[in-house]
Design a binder for this molecule. Structure first.
Ligand SMILES: NC(=O)c1ccc[n+]([C@@H]2O[C@H](COP(=O)([O-])OP(=O)(O)OC[C@H]3O[C@@H](n4cnc5c(N)ncnc54)[C@H](O)[C@@H]3O)[C@@H](O)[C@H]2O)c1
Length: 359
């Protein structure tokens, strides 16, 4: 297919109303180097912050010109200027916060994973539905330039019928950025590959079977959980997707590539962020079809921080249009089903259907 790069719309849609008040709960690393820079760039309005570590809240408020530092979650929720609550705390803290946000009748952006326990994730979604508020999950890789552009290309029929998808990552991950993750018994798929699994669902829909193998590096203490995984998703139509990730490439060159192959063409690119996390570089993407010259897209944005505009913009649009957010938490349960199917597959040494995961 003949593709003109300028016809590939990969940047996020923005809401009509740009001054919706955002209140942040949790002001740690990801808020400082991803949420806030993205919101500043988009022109979103942060109106308040709360963190159990007041110093973190003060840092974010000072760096981003935010006037209100709240003393408690209740205080933040009582502020009428806060229309959307942006939750960014470790997963096991999220449910207790969602309970209060839902009770206050406020829309919310939840962090991924919604919870480590599937039953807790179900409860989070139930609370949002009962309260009648919009709930989005922060699965922002869908707006990573390479993935967003691939979605457009696949939607245009540029690769024909998708037959194979590969996301292959071999890097040295700076685990010290998340000291609390070292003790997580479920690490790689729950916290990292979850992005790729959600992106594959975004591009190709829900798989029929999940097969996963998990391993550890010889000398990874104090990190406890699995750090090298291979997950294969088999689709009813014959599409096979492979996610292979190694976080302990301590001596070789880093590599983070994606490939989406089909009957009419192929998309191939790199995930720039992973070449130097969290600074990274823009993604690359090349499209090839038959004898035509390859088409290279110029993607001038990075996963961090740029993709973090997407989930918040998607939530704001959903509030405006009274529709489901692009990364609706209810839909995110199906990403979590794939994640839990991967763990069940590895533990029981068999292929697992996501529908087996019921909580
Ligand atoms: N790409 C991504 O989407 C991405 C990347 C990194 C982290 N994360 C997620 O973001 C969340 C935060 O990660 P981080 O790297 O910023 O961790 P962090 O440890 O740097 O920050 C977490 C912050 O939350 C605060 N906190 C903890 N419990 C709280 C509570 N009950 N109320 C208010 N504040 C509380 C802590 O004091 C801390 O400042 C995690 O869920 C993590 O999985 C997502």
């Amino acid at each position: 297919m003949n593709i003109r790069p300028e016809e590939i719309a990969w940047r996020p849609n923005l809401p009509q109303r740009m001054d919706t008040g955002i209140g942040s709960v949790g002001c740690g690393g990801i808020v400082q180097y991803a949420h806030m820079p993205a919101y500043r760039k988009a022109g979103f309005r942060s109106v308040g912050v709360f963190d159990i570590n007041r110093e973190a809240a003060e840092t974010v408020a000072a760096d981003n010109n935010i006037s209100r530092i709240h003393d408690s979650l209740d205080d933040l929720l009582a502020d009428p200027a806060v229309e959307i609550v942006d939750i960014a705390v470790p997963a096991w803290e999220q449910l207790a916060i969602v309970e209060k946000v839902a009770a206050a009748g406020k829309h919310m952006l939840c962090q991924k994973p919604l919870a480590e326990d599937f039953g807790e994730a179900l409860r989070i979604v139930e609370l949002g539905r009962q309260a009648g508020v919009r709930q989005a999950s922060n699965q922002q890789m869908r707006w990573d330039a390479g993935i967003a552009a691939s979605k457009e290309l696949i939607g245009m029929g540029a690769i024909g019928q998708p037959t194979d998808a590969q996301i292959l990552v071999t890097i040295a991950t700076p685990w010290h950025l998340w000291p609390w993750l070292a003790q997580a018994p479920r690490l790689e798929v729950m916290y990292h590959s979850i992005h790729y699994l959600d992106s594959l669902r975004f591009l190709f829909g829900d798989p029929q079977w999940v097969t996963s193998r998990h391993a550890r590096y010889a000398d990874q203490a104090p990190v406890v959980g699995e750090s090298k995984t291979v997950t294969v998703l088999d689709y009813e139509n014959g599409l096979q997707a492979t996610v292979a990730v190694n976080h302990y490439n301590l001596h070789g060159e880093p590599e983070a590539v994606y490939r989406f192959l089909g009957t009419e063409g192929a998309i191939e690119g790199t995930i720039g962020l992973l070449y130097d996390y969290p600074d990274g570089r823009p993604d690359t993407l090349v499209y090839r079809s038959g004898d035509a010259d390859p088409v290279e897209l110029e993607l001038d944005e990075k996963w961090i921080p740029d993709a973090f505009v997407g989930p918040m913009a998607g939530l704001m649009i959903a509030v405006e249009e009274d529709s489901e957010p692009a990364t609706d938490c209810g839909d995110n349960l199906n990403t979590l089903r794939v994640v839990h199917a991967a763990y069940r597959s590895a533990a029981e040494q068999r292929s697992v259907q996501p529908s087996e995961i019921r909580g």
